[in-house]
Write a new protein. Structure first.
Length: 525
C-alpha cells in the first residue's frame, strides 16, 4: 500500500584526457628533475594534474562512503523524527481513580492523530459503535465517539486517504456510511472463519502518516473512550511507523486474497484444525504453499530487536504478530512475545488482562503455555507473579476456578486478583446475569479491558486476551520494549489498580461471589 522511491545515483567526477595523459618527468638520483630548468607553463600544468587527481580521489571516497556496507546496519531505515513513547489510557467517566499524570487520554490522542493527518490513516477495526444510539448516552460520553467519527470525515475532506481493515462478521454499518461519504475512504474486510475454525480481527492498530502509531486495547467504540478501562501506547517514529505500516499492509493484502486452506491433525492439541496453506504446521507436507507476504530487507523480532532513543533514552523494541501465519519466519508470534517477556524476568512479573484461562467454551484446545511460564520462572528463579483478571457481566466462572488452581500449583509464587469496575453489574447485559436495579450503563462496558505485562526490565502492551484462540486464529499484536521510563509507568498503572478498592484476592472473591455465580451458570445452562 505504500511505495518507495530510489534516489538517483551520484554522477562520477569527470577528468580531461589531457590531464590523465600528462607526462611524468624522469628523476635524477639526487631527486632533481633531468631538466635543468622547468618552464612556468609546465609547472602550472602539473599543478592542475595534481589537483584534478586529488579531486577524483576525494569524490570516489565520498561515493564509496555513501554505499551501504553489507556487514553493517547502514541498510536499516533511518529515524526521521525525534522518537517519543507515551502511555495512552482510558479511565471511565464516573470512576474515582484518575489516569497517570503523564498518560494521555485515548479520546484526546486518537482525535489528535486524525486532526494532524496530512497523507493517510490506516486502522484495523473489530467493530464500529462510535455514534450515540440514545440521547441518554450523552452524559456517559458518547459524544466523544461522534467527534472521532466527524474527524474522519474532515480528514477525508481535506484530502487525507483513509484505509480501514474491518472484521467481516462484526457490525460495520457506520464504516459503510463513512466510506459512502468520500472517495478518499476505502476498506477491506477479513473473515477469520474463512481461513480457520474460528477467530476474529481483534487487532487495534492505528498508523497515521507512517509516523504516528497507536497500539492498544481500545476499540472503535465510544465506550472505549469513556466507559471501558483501556491501555495502549502512542508512538511517534518513522521507524516504528514503517513497521506498523508493514503490518497493516500485510493484513490488507491478506484481506484481498483467495481462500486457500488445509485441514490437518494438530498433534500438540490433539484436534483437527483448519489453517492457511502457508502455515508452518504444513511445512513438511505436500499441502504447503508459499508465504504470500513480502520478505523485507529488514525486520525485527525478539532475537533481533531494533534500538531507538524514545524520549531521549535508548531502548530495544519489537512488534509481535498474531496468528502465526501473519508472523511467518521474520516476525515474533504474539504468544512467543508474551512467553519471552515472562521468562526474561529475574524478579517480578505483573499481568493485567481481561480474560485468562487455559480452556474456554469457545475452544477445543487445552492451552496452558502462559501459566506454565509463570510456574517455571517461579520454580526455577524464584520470580513472583501477580495476575489481575477482570470480572464483568460476560465473565465465565470457570476462569476464576482456573485462576484458583494456578495459585494452588504455585505454592505462593503466583497471586491472582479479580478487578471489578464499579457499575459492572449495572449494565444491560444479555448473558443471564440480571443487573442490579435499572440498567445504568450500556452493555459491554464498565470493565478493565487492557492487556499488558510488566517485569522489572520489560513491558509488553498488546491486544490479545490470554486464551488459545487469540494466538492461533485471531488477529492481534503487541509492542515489546525495555524502555526504562515506560516500564516504570506501566508498573505504576498495575500497582495503582492492584492496590485499589476494586481488586479482590481470588479466594476473597470466591468466598463472596463464587457460590452465587456457580448457581447462575447452572440456570443459564
Amino acid at each position: 500500500m505504500h511505495s518507495s522511491e530510489s534516489s538517483p545515483s551520484t554522477p562520477p567526477s569527470k577528468v580531461s584526457s589531457d590531464a590523465l595523459e600528462a607526462p611524468l618527468l624522469p628523476l635524477k638520483f639526487d631527486g632533481t628533475t633531468s631538466s635543468p630548468r622547468m618552464s612556468p607553463h609546465r609547472i602550472v600544468r602539473n599543478a592542475v594534474v595534481i589537483l584534478l587527481l586529488s579531486g577524483v580521489i576525494v569524490a570516489a571516497s565520498w561515493i564509496l562512503s555513501t554505499l551501504p556496507d553489507p556487514d553493517s546496519d547502514e541498510s536499516e531505515p533511518k529515524e526521521l523524527y525525534t522518537p517519543t513513547l507515551t502511555l495512552i489510557e482510558t479511565q471511565p467517566l464516573n470512576y474515582t481513580i484518575p489516569k497517570l499524570p503523564t498518560s494521555l487520554e485515548t479520546y484526546e490522542y486518537e482525535l489528535s492523530l486524525i486532526n494532524s493527518a496530512k497523507v493517510d490513516i490506516k486502522i484495523t477495526v473489530m467493530y464500529w459503535s462510535l455514534l450515540c444510539q440514545s440521547s441518554s448516552y450523552k452524559t456517559l460520553g458518547c459524544l466523544r465517539g461522534e467527534k472521532i467519527y466527524s474527524a474522519f470525515k474532515s480528514a477525508a475532506d481535506r484530502g487525507v486517504k483513509l484505509y480501514f481493515l474491518q472484521d467481516e462478521t462484526q457490525n460495520h454499518t457506520q464504516l459503510i456510511n463513512l466510506v459512502s461519504s468520500s472517495p478518499n475512504i476505502s476498506y477491506r474486510t477479513w473473515n477469520a472463519k474463512n481461513w480457520y475454525s474460528g477467530g476474529i480481527m481483534h487487532q487495534k492498530l492505528w498508523v497515521v502518516d507512517s509516523k504516528n502509531v497507536y497500539l492498544g486495547s481500545s476499540n472503535m467504540d465510544w465506550l472505549s473512550l469513556s466507559q471501558v478501562k483501556e491501555l495502549g501506547v502512542g508512538i511517534t517514529s518513522s521507524v516504528v511507523g514503517g513497521m506498523a505500516v508493514d503490518l497493516f499492509d500485510d493484513w490488507y493484502t491478506w484481506a484481498g486474497m483467495d481462500v486457500k486452506t488445509v485441514e490437518y491433525f494438530n498433534t500438540e492439541y490433539q484436534v483437527t484444525l483448519t489453517t492457511p496453506c502457508w502455515s508452518h504446521h504444513l511445512l513438511d507436507t505436500s499441502s504447503y504453499c508459499e508465504y504470500p507476504f513480502p520478505k523485507r530487507e529488514w525486520s525485527y523480532d525478539r532475537k533481533n530487536q531494533r534500538t531507538l532513543e524514545f524520549n531521549g533514552n535508548s531502548s530495544e523494541f519489537y512488534i509481535s504478530r498474531s496468528p502465526f501465519e501473519i508472523a511467518g519466519e521474520d516476525y515474533t508470534a504474539d504468544i512467543n512475545g508474551i512467553i519471552s517477556t515472562i521468562r526474561s524476568a529475574e524478579k517480578t512479573v505483573d499481568i493485567s488482562v481481561m480474560d485468562f484461562s487455559p480452556a474456554s467454551e469457545y475452544d477445543d484446545c487445552w492451552f496452558n503455555k502462559i501459566q506454565e511460564s509463570l510456574l517455571t520462572v517461579w520454580q526455577g528463579k524464584g520470580v513472583t507473579s501477580r495476575v489481575m483478571v477482570s470480572w464483568w457481566a460476560y465473565s465465565d466462572i470457570d476462569m476464576i476456578k482456573q485462576m484458583r488452581s494456578l495459585v494452588g500449583m504455585s505454592y505462593g509464587g503466583v497471586e491472582v486478583g479479580v478487578y471489578m469496575m464499579p457499575g459492572w453489574n449495572m449494565t444491560n447485559s444479555t448473558d443471564g446475569i440480571p443487573p442490579v436495579g435499572v440498567p445504568v450503563f450500556p452493555g459491554h462496558s464498565r470493565v478493565a479491558h487492557g492487556k499488558f505485562i510488566v517485569t522489572e526490565e520489560r513491558v509488553n502492551v498488546g491486544t490479545s486476551n490470554y486464551q488459545w484462540a487469540y494466538f492461533y486464529d485471531t488477529a492481534g499484536t503487541s509492542f515489546n520494549t525495555d524502555h526504562e521510563e515506560t516500564v516504570e509507568l506501566v508498573q505504576q498503572v498495575f500497582d495503582r489498580d492492584w492496590e485499589s478498592e476494586y481488586t479482590f484476592g481470588v479466594e476473597e472473591w470466591w468466598d463472596v461471589y463464587g457460590e452465587e455465580y456457580e448457581l447462575v451458570e447452572k440456570v443459564v445452562e
